[in-house]
Design a protein around this ligand. Structure first.
Ligand code: NI
Length: 181
């Protein structure tokens, strides 16, 4: 009983410490990075309520841990030991392969996500929704436009993963136009 809640608490505590060690903030703000993680988890909760048979326990852990390997000193073994092999596999698929040229990194991650369970597709959609809040003030219009285009690429690749989040991402992408005027 209550394994969902204890897994959530374990994952948010682990990720919060790891991102704090790097003093990582939500891009363009002074907010600690855990605010981003909690926003992704919130989107996943909302999707779960709208999606029959949704694997919430899995999705929440991956949502909370999704940037630990990419952005902190966390090793794959640490994730595997504390959260298991399936969570590790999801976190790795969410992580960019930085040895690839920059323009290949997102398509590569999307291809690795697409062979795994639909809840992982949902986490990626949720991540992008959470990232489409007001862009950092120092971003140029060109950069904002590129980010919106990249978001459409993610939506096109993963829309079949979760209807609720696909619709929500579509709306958020449209709404992002207000930063382009
Ligand atoms: Ni993220």
């Amino acid at each position: 009983m209550y394994s969902l809640q204890s897994h959530y608490q374990e994952a948010i505590r682990f990720a919060t410490y790891k991102h704090l060690e790097k003093n990582q903030k939500v891009k363009g703000t002074e907010l600690p990075y855990v605010v981003h993680l909690s926003n992704v988890a919130m989107e996943v909760f909302a999707a779960s309520a709208a999606t029959p048979g949704f694997g919430l326990d899995y999705a929440l852990q991956v949502a909370l841990l999704h940037d630990t390997i990419e952005d902190t000193d966390t090793t794959p073994d640490e994730i595997k030991e504390q959260f298991g092999a399936e969570i590790l596999e999801g976190v790795i698929a969410m992580s960019k392969n930085e040895s690839l040229p920059k323009e290949r990194q997102i398509p590569d991650s999307l291809a690795r996500i697409k062979v795994l369970r639909k809840e992982l597709w949902a986490v990626k959609l949720a991540d992008r929704i959470a990232n489409l809040q007001a862009p950092p003030s120092y971003w140029s219009k060109e950069k904002i436009r590129k980010y919106q285009d990249e978001s459409r690429l993610i939506l096109d690749a993963l829309a079949d993963g979760n209807q609720y989040l696909a619709k929500r991402l579509e709306d958020v992408i449209d709404d992002y136009n207000k930063y382009l005027v």
